[in-house]
Design a protein around this ligand. Structure first.
Ligand SMILES: Cc1cc2nc3c(=O)[nH]c(=O)nc-3n(C[C@H](O)[C@H](O)[C@H](O)COP(=O)(O)OP(=O)(O)OC[C@H]3O[C@@H](n4cnc5c(N)ncnc54)[C@H](O)[C@@H]3O)c2cc1C
Length: 491
């Protein structure tokens, strides 16, 4: 697939926003800024989209955001739809968490390799007029009030200076931007190594659930078996050593920790590696003109398929805010809300995935048996599986401080069923109409009439509620937009 045109040169000498790193987070941010018409430069030290599947699951909330920048339909076409998650004790199902019935246009886990996701993001970026300056490495930066001047090594080895009003580090776990800004990355790296293999299974495949990602909980440790796009399966479990698992290793993991009913054979190991889980959250997601997005800001266990998804939503949170500040629609303080909103989400994800990993990896047979009975009992409690799917699908994530009375809350997600997406515009949703109609556009605002709505709603460009009970006149709302911004630290 053609990706965004790669231009070796020239690198501009100034920009409003320098984005370092063209992984999923950087590409999403660049596509959003391109769509909003914000001047930016995106660099990556790599010469191409990295091959490999890494993040193999795109969550519904991510697809809701990616629809706003015109990427979701293609991803859905390219991927496979997983039904949800299961926890198993050998072949006994302890708990099933299905995405079917979730209040979203995307009630499934989209199974698609990270490489394909990145290729689609890069292609969309190209369509929006954006480019990736590949083979360009960020080295350091110096204050250059009110922004910074970054030093970038080009493909020819020549160092270039680039002045930027803002710099966004989307450069992954070992972020050079984070280091240059002196932002701490506290947390821990676990001793335990995990083996990950994307394989084609042969005889015995019927023993693993076809549509669900399944966590087999056993005294030998947790084993994850997940269908992938293209008929492959991902197998993840404790590694016995640093070497990448072979087909024999994977077969042994399946025999020891997976379903006992089948003698599952591995036809082909497509990719395999080992990794060590780190759980870290950056101290600050913003420091003056510097922002951290994606793995540069947070990292945790990949089990549960959350990391890339969180990074894409960081980018969605930041894109409209940078646009609003750079175009004078909002005061600079709006940018502080990026840390205020996204840091607790990241900290919550790290805590959730860490607790889940601890629970899944209980080794003591007595404690494991008790855990399995508790999980089976919890799975039978109405609402428990729904709570888990809301969490994993990231549909329950939001920034609301208001009590939940069932109606959209300020800072809470507005389901697209209620107010459909209007790209990266603000949406003024007005009660009225028989059927949903296409929006009319008033500058940065789209106005929609929504059947059955009780009160006018103002929805942020990233799909969260800015205010309810707003005036019905678009000109008045535009005039008062600053009143509806998340500027207040207590909100
Ligand atoms: C084995 C594995 C399985 C995973 N499974 C899942 C999953 O199922 N679901 C999920 O959501 N997440 C998963 N993740 C996590 C996911 O892969 C990451 O969260 C995601 O890649 C982070 O995206 P990013 O854009 O923040 O950073 P990255 O993908 O790390 O991209 C950073 C980019 O910055 C560039 N860069 C770095 N330094 C510089 C520099 N100095 N100058 C210029 N460019 C630079 C790099 O070349 C790279 O392109 C998994 C991770 C692993 C390792």
């Amino acid at each position: 697939m053609a990706s965004a045109p790669d231009i070796p040169d020239p690198l501009p000498t100034r920009t409003d926003v320098l984005i370092v790193g063209a992984g999923p987070a950087g590409l999403t941010l660049a596509a959003g800024l391109s769509q909003l018409g914000v001047d930016h430069v995106l660099i990556d030290r790599g010469s191409m989209v990295r091959p490999g599947s890494k993040a193999a699951a795109v969550q519904p909330r991510t697809l809701e955001y990616l629809e706003r920048i015109g990427v979701s339909a293609r991803l859905v076409q390219a991927g496979a739809q997983g039904r949800g998650f299961r926890l198993h004790d050998c072949e006994d199902t302890l708990l099933t968490a299905t995405y079917e019935g979730l209040d979203t246009p995307y009630p499934y886990v989209l199974l698609i390799s990270q490489q394909t996701t990145e290729e689609h993001l890069a292609r969309r970026l190209g369509e929006l007029g954006g480019v990736v300056h590949r083979d360009h490495t960020f080295l350091e930066m110096a204050p250059d009030f009110p922004g910074v001047t970054a030093t970038i090594a080009g493909p020819d080895g020549v160092l270039r200076a680039l002045s930027a009003r803002y710099v966004v580090g989307c450069d992954g776990v070992h972020s050079a931007v984070r280091t240059a800004a002196g932002i701490g990355f506290p947390g821990q790296a676990h001793e335990q190594l995990f083996a990950i293999a994307d394989v084609r299974l042969g005889p015995g495949t019927d023993a693993v659930p076809k549509e669900d990602t399944t966590f087999f909980l056993s005294p030998d440790g947790m084993l994850l078996v997940s269908p992938l796009a293209g008929g492959q399966h991902r197998i993840v479990g404790r590694a016995s050593g640093p070497a990448a698992p072979t087909a024999d290793d994977v077969e042994m993991m399946l025999a020891d920790r997976g379903p006992r009913t089948g003698d599952i054979r591995v036809k082909e190991v497509v990719t395999a590696s080992t990794y060590r889980v780190q759980e870290r959250v950056a101290e600050r997601f913003r420091d003056g003109p510097v922002f951290l997005v994606g793995d540069a800001a947070h990292t945790h266990s990949p089990a549960g398929g959350q990391g890339m998804n969180a990074g894409i939503q960081d980018a969605g949170n930041l894109a409209w805010k940078l646009h609003a500040v750079l175009t004078g629609l909002a005061p600079c303080e709006l940018l502080d809300s990026y840390h205020r909103e996204r840091h607790p989400i990241a900290a919550g994800l790290v805590a959730f995935t860490s607790q889940f990993a601890k629970l899944a990896n209980v080794r003591d047979p007595l404690a494991g048996g008790l855990r399995n009975r508790v999980l089976a009992a919890a799975g039978a409690v109405p609402g428990f599986a729904g709570w888990i799917t809301a969490k994993l699908s990231q549909l329950d994530l939001g920034y609301s401080q208001e009590p939940d009375h069932g109606a959209p809350r300020v800072g809470g997600r507005v389901p697209p069923r209620l107010v459909p997406s209007a790209g990266l515009r603000w949406t003024l949703a007005l009660p009225g109409g028989e059927v949903p109609e296409p929006p009319t556009e008033h500058g940065v605002l789209a106005v929609r009439h929504v059947p059955g709505l009780g009160t006018p709603l103002l929805v942020r460009p990233d799909g969260y509620l800015a205010a309810h009970g707003v005036p019905a006149a678009s000109a008045v709302v535009l005039d008062r937009l600053s009143q509806y911004l998340p500027l207040n630290p207590t909100r």
